[in-house]
Design a protein around this ligand. Structure first.
Ligand SMILES: [Zn+2]
Length: 164
C-alpha cells in the first residue's frame, strides 16, 4: 500500500485494517516500544506473554507487564479522538468493550502480583520520558524481587536474624 493511499483513509478505517493484522490494533505503538527497549538496551523482556490480557511486553522475572495502547482503540481520555460519525454506535461500543477488557486484565494481573504499566500512544511523542519511566518501574520491581526472595539479599537476611 502506498503512503498516499494510507493518508486518504480515515483513522477509523485505518484502525480497522490494523485490527485485522493485530487483534489489539496497536501494531505501530508496539513497534515504537520495541525500538525504545532495544535502543535503551533494556534486557529481560518478552513479547506477548501467555498471561492474563497477553501484555505486549513483559518482564517475567520482575513480574512487570506492559501494555502499549493506541489512543483511539483504547479510548484515551486525554486525546479524545473523535469517534467517526458513520457507525458511531459500533465504534463507541467497540471502544467501551476494549476499555472494560483492559481494566479487567489490569486488575487481575495486579491481584496476582504483577506490576502493570500502561503506555499510551501519545506518550511516544516524548520517548525519553517513556524510557525514564520504564527504568524507574523496573528498578523498583528489581528491589522488590530481591526483598521477597529469601537469601537473595544479605541485608534483609541479617535483619531477619536479628528479629528472630
Ligand atoms: Zn492519547
Amino acid at each position: 500500500m502506498s503512503e498516499r493511499s494510507l493518508d486518504s483513509l480515515s483513522i477509523a478505517e485505518r484502525s480497522l485494517r490494523m485490527s485485522k493484522v493485530r487483534s489489539r490494533g496497536n501494531a505501530s505503538t508496539e513497534i515504537a516500544l520495541l525500538r525504545l527497549l532495544r535502543g535503551a538496551k533494556i534486557p529481560g523482556w518478552r513479547r506477548h506473554l501467555k498471561i492474563t490480557g497477553i501484555p505486549d511486553f513483559g518482564f517475567p522475572q520482575l513480574h512487570v507487564a506492559i501494555f502499549v495502547d493506541g489512543c483511539f482503540w483504547h479510548g484515551c481520555s486525554r486525546c479524545r479522538r473523535n469517534v467517526p460519525s458513520k457507525n458511531r454506535t459500533f465504534w463507541s461500543r467497540k471502544i467501551a468493550s476494549n476499555r472494560s477488557r483492559d481494566r479487567k486484565a489490569r486488575w487481575q494481573l495486579r491481584r496476582s502480583g504483577w506490576i502493570v504499566v500502561r503506555i499510551w500512544e501519545h506518550e511516544f511523542k516524548n520517548p525519553e520520558r517513556v524510557v525514564r519511566r520504564l527504568r524507574m518501574v523496573l528498578a523498583r520491581a528489581g528491589n522488590q524481587v530481591s526483598r521477597d526472595t529469601p537469601n537473595a539479599n544479605a541485608t534483609s537476611a541479617s535483619v531477619a536474624r536479628k528479629i528472630s
